[in-house]
Design a protein around this ligand. Structure first.
Ligand code: MF3
Ligand code: CO
Length: 251
């Protein structure tokens, strides 16, 4: 859906709050910290910024961020009894609502020193998100995003998760159309200036198949391989993509 200039201004604010949550949580990640403590850090940012959570209460979701460790791809629930260890990788997904408009973004970070394979997975997934973002111009077909994302994964022989995808975003966190991270066999609609999307590649060191754990939320790789997830909320503009959830480090 096309957004007006004033709507985009609110999405910029929601994006900034989302980025601030991710930065504060990333800063707090270290061995010995519980994922519940990270949720508390994100809640404090929402409160300070006077923003609301789009995660809390979403289909009953109990936290303001998702914390997905190692073989968990997305939707891990923060817990008091989940303590980060050196060598883990942690995906953090955060979002915020400002005056009815949504931001949604995610990063994967290393906990202390991690293996070469894990840090390469993280860096390549980040690169793939940016390769997807670079296609986002008026007149380009939406599924070019996934084609660009998938190309990066294939070069590194990573699994590309297909069962979860990016999405339109605006007055709801999840709006149509879907934004797959692969070429779905057709080009999809063309992108237009003023449209806003959440692009979110999920790559794995093994299979692309997933399973939901007994908590009803956590999505794990079917084979236990580790996974990385990056996401930004982006507006298509006449000048190209505007990343609304950019952090102060510019990534
Ligand atoms: N923000 C996630 C996404 O990237 C969805 C979070 S689901 C929730 O689409 F239940 F945790 F909110
Ligand atoms: Co999303």
């Amino acid at each position: 859906m096309k957004r007006s200039a004033s709507e985009l201004a609110l999405m910029r604010r929601a994006g900034k709050v989302t980025a601030a949550m991710l930065e504060a949580v990333t800063e707090a990640v270290r061995p010995g910290v519980s994922t519940a403590a990270l949720d508390a850090v994100a809640r404090a940012v929402l409160e300070r910024e006077g923003a609301r959570s789009n995660f809390l209460g979403y289909h009953g979701y109990p936290a303001v961020i998702c914390t997905s460790r190692n073989d968990i791809i997305v939707h891990g629930i923060p817990r008091e009894d989940e303590i980060l260890e050196e060598g883990d990788i942690l995906s953090i997904d955060a979002g915020a609502i400002v005056e009815g408009y949504h931001g949604d973004a995610a990063v994967t970070v290393p906990v202390g020193e991690v293996s070469k394979a894990a840090s390469r997975l993280i860096e390549v997934t980040r690169q793939a998100l940016w390769a997807g973002i670079e296609t986002m111009r008026p007149g380009t077909h939406l599924h070019e995003i996934g084609r660009a994302v998938e190309r990066v994964a294939r070069r590194h022989h990573y699994g590309v998760v297909r069962e979860y995808v990016g999405h339109g975003i605006g007055t709801e966190m999840h709006e149509l159309p879907n934004v797959p991270n692969y070429w779905p066999g057709n080009p999809g609609p063309t992108m237009r200036a003023g449209e806003t999307f959440a692009v979110e590649p999920m790559f794995t060191l093994g299979t692309e198949r997933t399973r939901v754990l007994a908590d009803g939320w956590s999505v794990a790789t079917a084979d236990g391989a580790w996974a990385a997830h990056f996401e930004h909320t982006i507006a298509v503009t006449e000048d190209g993509p505007e990343v609304l959830t950019l952090g102060s480090q510019g990534c």
